[in-house]
Design a binder for this molecule. Structure first.
Ligand code: C2O
Length: 587
């Protein structure tokens, strides 16, 4: 990654954009250049999705929809499983269609799926019989999302006022603060049914809907806040935890009198504690290493593990897929770490550390604004590589939200592909992790051959209650530059069996001879699996894929026939089972 020409193609199809006028650091993506990257932007109309926006009036009122799956059963069309990422356990057997918005009237807090005990959480939203198919409104003035640590007093006074007003709305107003928090709970706590199958629950995490769904969630949250303070340019602040300047909890959220304050946070992690992107409650990180670790972790998630679409976004999830087919690199890594780091130091980790309660902490929305910003940045780094799944199963998936007028609206993934088209931009700040390609701790070939570890085939399935080291065969070695450009070498860890109510984490290292490797700022670190728990426990089987192409170069091990893989449990190892490991090549 030497020089970077970022190409942000914009899809503003309707209007001229007016930037907000208040003084602020440069944020014009159209002409901006920084020391580390250049944005090469056309502000002309291109429609990346190939979809036509007919008009901008939210005028079509529809009745609660027919179940699309039932309709399709009559039409036919077979589902073709082409992706390696779909483990058989998660693969729907017959038809696949995009997941559809849930039937709110069937929302059930219900029972814990594992224990059959009633759950003490109710996060079902108010229902409404009128649903509007949402059209992105014309962008007259761009909303500006500032970095929290740079936003300043005046900005925060506005934000605090907006949150206070949101908290003061009647409790049954779907825009009320708790109702908004419950939106997240309902979509993550296995509260909704998937269309057409009462037994299969809807989960928008740990799959390819992670980015689009949260983009919509923040979109409406921001518009509600803006409306409450009568400021159509209001944008949420992002917590810039990928930059050392932002690696501390933003001060404004910590002041007791502030509406942004929340008492349910880990008291050890208030400022000046440095945010730890490798965080897991049970295995503390060496404090001196936290910042270099954080930068390498970001590089690993955004570059090394972000080469193939599904590795960045997460695995395919369609009607019939069981929850949690596979999280993307940022979701399972820094994103999950920050949830756990902020939440209380208890096993359930409220508020931020548990999906059912996370929306109750105002800091959640700044955390996720940063995740959303990373999505935009990743797209910019792709240059000419594809940025979106072409599958209609992804583009046409839809969700329900209440908008700023308390109107229930149906939204689609296809409308989330360009944040400018949605009417907001991010403050442009340095990306120090981008220069942070790690070097190897030890450069040495044939590490695996002399390690004495067992071959993977003889070890799995295995419980991760201790460090597990195995030899994994590389079907191809000494690949040419061209081969490497064509196909990414990937380490696939499959059949990861976990309970969704437990915080778990394990790290993965390649060719590291340490008994218990823990250096994240070195090339041997390949990535991690980690999961934010939620309240409804269910055993899931999931898969992750880790990019090896660059890592093998950095370790000087490109000619080796085998690699040594270390799986290092960091939290909840006794409840993690791993089904198998293999290397594949994905074009
Ligand atoms: Cu929906 Cu970070 O969680």
């Amino acid at each position: 990654m030497a020089s970077l020409a970022l190409s942000f193609s914009t899809t503003t199809s309707t209007t001229t954009t007016t930037r907000p006028s208040q003084p602020k650091p440069s944020h014009n993506f159209c002409t901006h250049a920084t020391r580390h990257h250049r944005f090469n932007v056309s502000c002309k109309t291109t429609n990346s999705s190939g979809q036509n926006q007919k008009d901008n009036q939210n005028s079509e009122i529809s009745q609660p929809k027919l179940e699309r799956r039932n309709l399709l059963l009559g039409i036919g069309g077979l589902y073709g499983a082409t992706s390696n990422f779909l483990v058989s356990d998660a693969t729907p057997t017959a038809l696949a269609t995009p997941i559809t918005s849930p039937d709110l009237s069937k929302c059930a807090t219900g029972t814990n799926l594992n224990t059959q005990q009633p759950l003490d959480v109710n996060c079902c939203p108010p229902t409404s019989t009128q649903i509007i198919d949402y059209k992105l409104p014309p962008v007259n003035k761009m909303r500006f999302r500032p970095a929290a640590h740079l936003a300043g007093k005046e900005y925060f006074a506005k934000f605090e006022k907006a949150i206070a007003l949101m908290k003061a709305l009647p409790p049954d107003d779907p825009r009320n603060f708790m109702q908004q928090a419950n939106v997240h709970c309902a979509y993550c706590n296995l509260t909704y049914q998937q269309t057409g199958d009462p037994k299969l629950k809807l989960q928008i995490h740990n799959c390819w809907h992670f980015y689009p769904w949260h983009r919509w969630y923040l979109y409406f949250y921001e518009r509600i806040l803006g409306k409450l303070i009568d400021d159509p340019t209001f944008g949420l602040p992002f917590w810039n935890w990928d930059n050392p300047d932002g690696m501390v909890m933003p001060q404004e959220f910590v002041r007791k009198e502030s509406p942004l304050f929340n008492g349910r946070r880990n008291q050890q992690h208030l400022p000046p504690a440095v945010t730890d992107l490798a965080y897991s409650a049970q295995s503390p990180t060496n404090p001196k290493k936290i910042i270099p670790n954080n930068l390498t972790i970001m590089y690993s998630e955004m570059v090394r593990n972000g080469s193939k679409l599904e590795d960045f976004y997460g695995a395919k999830y369609v009607t019939g897929t069981k929850p949690d087919p596979g999280p993307g690199s940022v979701e399972r890594g820094s994103h999950t770490a920050m949830h756990g780091w902020v939440g209380e130091a208890t096993p359930s980790g409220e508020d931020m550390g548990n999906f059912y309660s996370t929306g109750r902490d105002p800091l959640f929305y700044s955390h996720h604004a940063n995740v959303d910003r990373l999505w935009t940045i990743w797209r910019g780094l792709r240059e000419s590589k594809p940025k979106d799944f072409p599958d209609s199963d992804w583009l046409n998936a839809d969700f329900l939200f209440y908008d700023e007028n308390a109107q229930l609206v149906r939204v689609k993934v296809v409308d989330t592909l360009d944040n400018e088209k949605m009417g907001y931009i991010y403050q442009d700040v340095d990306l120090p992790w981008l220069k942070n390609r790690p070097i190897a701790r030890v450069k040495k070939s044939k590490v695996a051959a002399s390690s004495g570890a067992q071959p993977a085939e003889t070890v799995f399935p295995v419980k991760l209650d201790k460090v597990v080291k195995v030899l994994v065969n590389r079907p191809k070695k000494s690949r040419s530059k061209k081969d490497k450009e064509k196909e990414e070498e990937l380490l696939v860890i499959e059949g990861i069996e976990v309970d969704t109510a437990t915080f778990v984490k394990f790290d993965v290292f390649v060719n590291d001879e340490d008994d218990k490797p823990d250096e994240f700022d070195k090339a041997e670190y390949a990535g991690c699996y980690s999961q934010v728990p939620h309240k409804n426990s269910m055993t899931v089987k999931t898969t992750i894929r880790l990019g090896l192409t660059e890592l093998m170069e950095d370790l000087d091990a490109e000619d080796d026939e085998k690699i040594l893989v270390s799986l290092v449990p960091k939290a909840g190892g006794e409840v993690i089972t791993i089904g198998g490991i293999k290397i594949i090549y994905a074009s």
